[in-house]
Design a protein around this ligand. Sequence first.
Ligand code: HEM
Length: 366
Amino acid sequence: RSSYPFHGEHQQGIVTPAQSTSAFVAFDVTVEGRKDLEQLLRTITERARFLTSGGRPDDTGITGPPSDSGLLGAMVPADGLTVTLSLGASLFDDRLGLGDAKPARLRTMEDFPNDDLDRSQCDGDLLLQICAHHPDTVLHALRDLTRATRGGMQIRWRKDGFVSPPRPSGTPRNLLGFKDGTASPATASPAAENALVWTRAVRGEPAWVAGGSYHVVRLIRMLVEFWDRVSIHEQENMIGRRRDSGAPLTGSHEFDDPHYELDPTGDVIQLDAHIRLANPRTTSSESEQMLRRPYNYDSGVDPNGNLDMGLIFACFNQDLDRQFVAVQKRLVDEPLVDYISPVGGGYFFSPPGAKTASDWLASGAF
Ligand code: HEM
């Protein structure tokens, strides 16, 4: 689609089918008080509203810089742009007086075993997830948003991502060469969305969070030079699926059920295979499923001459602990950890959508 509605109960960019390019940009706010923070959030909302609908930018005076970077020409196309705002735990600390509104499970991302987190690439007061059909549209939006909010927030970290086209069909592949996103229950039906994606005002959550979602981002480097030296058999055992078709090792088509009940001792799909640990498909693991919305990243070369690429693992959860954290804990020490290295990311909360032209994102927290 060429545009996604900005107003609604939920923010765009969550159940929206993943566009091909993205930027994940975390910011620290530099405003002093609650009133200025409100103004900052209103500005982000206004710019996102304009950019995601497209149109002609404001006229430019004859003096001073032009009102638009011009990257997309005189008429700004929507180009499938979505701008999703998420809030970090630090936004609710003593500085800004928003403590009472803090989503109950929001916190600084913990270190998991095998993590190698660079804290300068983690967390942040705000996160913008900007996605569109083309990279120049993403960059145009980022330039517009940073320019409009200058003085109110400062970039903390940024990672740009892309999704490959289906090769040759089905779900796109990640940079280990495997299809990524096959098992995606959370958007299968509105009932699944309501059970897995949208946060509700229960279990200690403040009322305003209803309709939002816990947004987890993990920047996971892939040690591709090592991976490319592993036999296909071993690769497939680590994941639990075939590399070519994406089928579970117990099946023949991508969307076949893995049928763990027919392989209780893990003779075909190992008990510690990634997909089996991530979702053992027991009754209790049903409510742990999440909405994954990952992107590949390529950041060139590290100082040692190794390829610096990996996965921007992004997911949305009704309940951070019941879903992402429970699954991540089970994945600790899976065989795949020798080939991946989490280096950054954070926990965020995506507030519900802006409902009308006068509403603004996170207004419920004020
Ligand atoms: C499934 C790769 C990190 C959770 C998969 C699949 C692949 C894959 C190839 C199978 C296809 C699919 O159903 O999408 C990777 C790689 C990772 C990574 C390369 C790191 C670089 C994570 C993390 C989590 C996670 C951090 C959550 C904590 C899942 C889940 C499934 C899955 C829930 C679906 C399992 C199912 O329902 O059958 N992953 N993954 N993955 N992964 Fe990951």
